[in-house]
Design a protein around this ligand. Structure first.
Ligand SMILES: Nc1ncnc2c1ncn2[C@@H]1O[C@H](COP(=O)(O)OP(=O)(O)OP(=O)(O)O)[C@@H](O)[C@H]1O
Ligand SMILES: [Mg+2]
Length: 308
C-alpha cells in the first residue's frame, strides 16, 4: 500500500473559453495528514478538488487516489466532499441532509440512522438536528456540511473553504474536529485562502497561484527562515524612540518592536532604550516567518509567480 493517498502528475485544466486554470500540477499527499492547498482567489484550488472528485473532467495529466486512477467510481465511495459555497435545500432538516447524503453515497440503510446519530454528535448538532436548514446560522450549516461529507466513513475528505463565514469560536471547533478526523487515520485536504485557519492544524501545505504550485512541504521546512527578534512591552513608546527605531530599520507596532536580526545581542540596546523610558519589557522571542509572510513572499502582489 502506497504511503500516499494522492499522487498527481501534470494535471491540467483548460475551461471552455480557453482559461487555463491548472497548468500541470504535480502533487503527492501522504496518508493520514491534514493537507492545505493555499492560494488567492482564482488560483485553481476548487478546480483541483472538482477534478479529483470527478465533478469536472481534467484536460490532461494523470493521477491516483487511494491507489486507483482518478475517477474510479468505487474509490469515490471512500471520499468525502464539502464543496465550496454549498447550499442545502432550506426545507430539509440537518438530519435529513445527512440521510440524503447517505443515500447518494450508497450507505446501507440499516447503517444510516446510527451513522447520522454519530455524525450529528461529532459536529455538535444533535440538539438542532430536527430544525430546518433555513433556520440555521452559517456555522451550523457548515457543521452539517462537514457531517454529510463524512457520511460514507471516508478515508480522504476534501473541504473547500470550510470555514467561510464561520465565527472564531466555530473555527476553533472546526480545527479540533479536523484534528479528531486525522487522529482517526483519515486524510483531510483543505482548500483555503485564510492562512491563519490552517496554520495551527496543517501538516503539509501546497501554495498555489495562477494554476501552478509555487511551494510545497511541511510548514517547518517551508518556514526555515527565522526573521528576527520581537520585543514586547507595556506602555506607550515616546515619539523620539519610535522614530529612532524606525530609522534603524526596526518595525514598531503597538506594544512590540521587531528587529531584522536573529542575534540576541542586537536586541539588548533596544531593550535598554525601552526600559529607560520606564516601560516594562514583557516578552523577547525569536520569530519564524509566518505562513502569511511565506505566502505573500511566494505569491506576491503580482500575477507572474516569483521563482522558488
Ligand atoms: N466553469 C468555469 N468556466 C470558466 N472558467 C472557470 C470556471 N470555473 C473556474 N474558472 C476559472 O478558473 C480559474 C480557477 O478558478 P477556481 O475556482 O478553481 O479558483 P479558486 O482557487 O478556487 O478561487 P477561490 O479562492 O475564489 O474559490 C479562475 O480563473 C476562474 O475564473
Ligand atoms: Mg474556490
Amino acid at each position: 500500500m502506497s504511503d500516499y493517498v494522492l499522487e498527481l502528475s501534470g494535471i491540467r485544466k483548460i475551461y471552455r473559453g480557453g482559461i487555463e486554470a491548472l497548468k500541470g500540477i504535480d502533487l503527492r499527499v501522504p496518508r493520514g495528514c491534514v493537507y492545505g492547498l493555499l492560494g488567492p482567489n482564482g488560483a485553481g484550488k476548487s478546480t483541483m478538488v472538482k477534478i479529483l472528485t470527478t465533478l469536472i473532467r481534467r484536460s490532461g495529466g494523470n493521477g491516483t487516489m487511494l491507489g486507483k486512477p482518478i475517477g474510479d467510481r468505487k474509490t469515490l465511495q471512500q471520499v468525502g466532499l464539502l464543496p465550496e459555497h454549498t447550499q442545502f435545500p432550506p426545507y430539509l432538516t440537518g438530519r435529513q441532509v445527512i440521510e440524503f447524503a447517505a443515500g447518494l453515497q450508497n450507505v446501507p440503510s440499516a447503517l444510516t440512522k446510527e451513522r447520522a446519530d454519530m455524525l450529528l454528535k461529532k459536529v455538535s448538532m444533535t440538539e438542532s438536528q430536527h430544525r430546518k436548514i433555513k433556520t440555521y446560522s452559517k456555522g451550523m450549516k457548515q457543521r452539517i456540511g462537514v457531517a454529510q461529507a463524512l457520511v460514507s466513513n471516508p478515508k480522504i475528505i476534501f473541504l473547500d473553504e470550510p470555514t467561510d463565514g464561520v465565527d472564531p469560536a466555530g473555527r476553533r471547533e472546526f480545527r479540533s474536529l479536523v484534528r479528531e478526523l486525522r487522529d482517526e487515520g483519515r486524510t483531510i485536504f483543505i482548500n483555503t485562502h485564510i492562512l491563519s485557519e490552517l496554520e495551527p492544524i496543517v501538516d503539509r501545505v501546497a501554495i498555489m497561484t495562477n494554476g501552478q504550485i509555487l511551494g510545497e512541504g511541511k510548514l517547518d521546512e517551508l518556514r526555515t527562515e527565522k526573521t528576527g527578534y520581537v520585543i514586547g512591552f507595556e506602555g506607550q513608546l515616546s515619539a523620539e524612540s519610535r522614530s529612532n527605531f524606525l530609522d534603524g530599520g526596526l518595525e514598531v507596532e503597538g506594544g512590540s518592536v521587531r528587529l531584522p536580526s536573529t542575534n540576541a545581542l542586537d536586541a539588548q540596546p533596544v531593550i535598554d532604550r525601552i526600559r529607560k523610558e520606564g516601560l516594562v519589557v514583557t516578552d523577547l522571542s525569536l520569530k519564524s516567518q509566518s505562513l502569511e509572510d511565506l505566502f505573500i513572499g511566494l505569491v506576491g502582489g503580482t500575477s507572474s509567480p516569483p521563482p522558488l
